[in-house]
Design a protein around this ligand. Structure first.
Ligand code: S3P
Length: 186
């Protein structure tokens, strides 16, 4: 196992594609570790008083990505936090650097097919819609998920810990993360 500098133990980042369970698992994990919890998307929504969908539509993706970068640079200084990233956060090289040098990164891994099944009824992911915010057809959605997955997997794949979420029960996924983390946090 790699030698982890002591300050990296103070933050755990959850990464993975949309629908991989980051926002659900984050608060449970934080509670288990006795850490504070922050979800990047919810924090941006709170600051803006708007949903991520509305921010994309009204201000554009670049504005959202700038807010995401600002938040990452603040959060990577906080002590004893579990931070659920957005699916695209770690694929920005500046964020990747801040995240990987300041915390233990946990990748919640699901296949593109599982992600399609989990997300195809949902309407709250602007990067999975067309430019005017309309739903994609199932075929277009599969292609979009595949494209983004290929683009992002190299970043996700550099995580310290990878946990296959698949169809595993939530409790088992959390147990596995805690088990793998204990080697880093002790
Ligand atoms: C995004 C993922 C979303 C949110 C935004 C963009 C992405 O977060 O940050 O819609 O680019 O993958 P979740 O992964 O929590 O859905």
């Amino acid at each position: 196992m790699k030698d982890i500098p002591p300050n990296r133990k103070e933050r755990v980042y959850l990464t993975g594609f949309m629908g991989s369970g980051k926002s659900t698992i984050g608060p449970i994990l934080a509670n288990t570790l006795g850490y504070e919890f922050v979800d990047i998307d919810r924090a941006i929504e709170k600051t803006m008083g708007k949903s991520v969908n509305e921010i994309f539509l009204e201000r554009g993706e670049d504005h959202f990505r700038q807010m995401e970068r600002n938040l990452v640079s603040d959060l990577c200084l906080k002590r004893h936090h579990v931070i659920s990233l957005g699916g695209g956060t770690i694929a920005d090289p500046r964020n990747f650097h801040s995240i990987s040098t300041t915390g233990i990164v946990v990748y919640l891994k699901a296949t593109p097919d599982q992600i399609f099944k989990r997300l195809h009824y949902k309407t709250d992911r602007p990067v999975l819609k067309d430019r005017s915010g309309e739903r994609l057809t199932d075929e277009e959605l599969r292609a979009r998920i595949g494209e983004l997955f290929t683009e992002r997997e190299p970043y996700y794949g550099k995580a310290d810990i990878t946990v296959i979420t698949g169809d595993k029960r939530l409790g088992l996924t959390v147990d596995e993360i805690v088990r793998q983390l204990s080697r880093y946090l002790e």
